[in-house]
Design a protein around this ligand. Sequence first.
Ligand SMILES: C[S@@+](CC[C@H](N)C(=O)[O-])C[C@H]1O[C@@H](n2cnc3c(N)ncnc32)[C@H](O)[C@@H]1O
Length: 360
Amino acid sequence: METTHRVVVDDARSLSALEDDSVDLVVTSPPYPMIEMWDDLFTTLEPAIGDALEAGDGQAAFDAMHAELEAVWDELERVVVDGGIVCLNVGDATRSLDDSFRVYPNHARVLEAFEARGFDPLPDVLWRKPTNSAAKFMGSGMIPPNAYVTLEHEYILIFRNGGDSRQFEPGADRRYEAAYFWEERNRWFSDVWTDVQGELQDLDLDLEDAADLRERSAAYPLEIPYRLCCMYSAYGDTVLDPFWGTGTTTLAAMCTGRNSVGYELESAFLEAFDESVADIPALSQSVGQARLARHKEFVSQRRDEGSDLEYDAEHYETAVVTKMERQIQFREVTAVDPLEGGAHHGEQAYRATHEPLSLE
Ligand SMILES: C[S@@+](CC[C@H](N)C(=O)[O-])C[C@H]1O[C@@H](n2cnc3c(N)ncnc32)[C@H](O)[C@@H]1O
């Protein structure tokens, strides 16, 4: 099986390289309005934003920043198939402007904007990174009432394009082989994720070379797009990230056997991605093997507790809890090649070759 992965260096406010109804899933994290690290970028997109910030008019700046993001949401409505899913990672912002401190509720603004465009909101996920810093609290220390709660969670907002779910032909292999394990379902479909730095943490270290760039782009952990691709798409689907950054979504799409498209304003990110493409086969293999090893641990624990598992997986020597898991088949990437001829100007494209996961 082969998948293709395109990255377009351009402004996602017009996704003109994409046809209508050509995307099955969006997984993305936009620049967060009112977080200072993105002020310059938003001001480049709309100079009035810089003026509002300078004048200390936080509400005007917040509104204008969301207007720039909304141009991208308009495009998502066009390119996402009916019933396709959008998963959008966003955090709220706290900020003092003109000596006045407040929260800017990005998640609420994004939710309203998607509803207004005909997307149905689905139950969302909160995730947080564990932090132990004692110095993180803001406001007046131990004396009431003017201290503020510290924001430590982010949202993964989830929308469906239109009222109906996607349909597949009955028994579609590319859907059943992309099944996840019962115990993964229980963790992944929980509405609070406290373990995102968990199972793939070590694998993220493979990307250490790009650590600086990842910080500058506020990259999310690989585990987030990886889970979302597994949860909301099937093998061979196309996943879009209109705010591509260091390309974590593309890595996840490659590791999960999905096609991908990314849009990114800064070409430097693409050059860095080009250099790390060679690591992808090893990464995809270890991700699949780690999931399988974790499942086998789960099975032996269940047996130790006296439960018998009723079904056997068809492709692996392991039991599974439900009939739906029997066809699970992980795929690893065996090669990633640049597609020289296939890419248009300002665009890079790759072809990934996938084989069933090898167990050695
Ligand atoms: C929060 S970062 C995304 C990080 C990404 N999820 C990762 O893991 O690396 C947002 C990215 O969107 C890009 N960006 C912002 N506005 C854009 C636009 N209008 N079109 C394309 N890219 C944009 C920024 O340059 C930045 O790299």
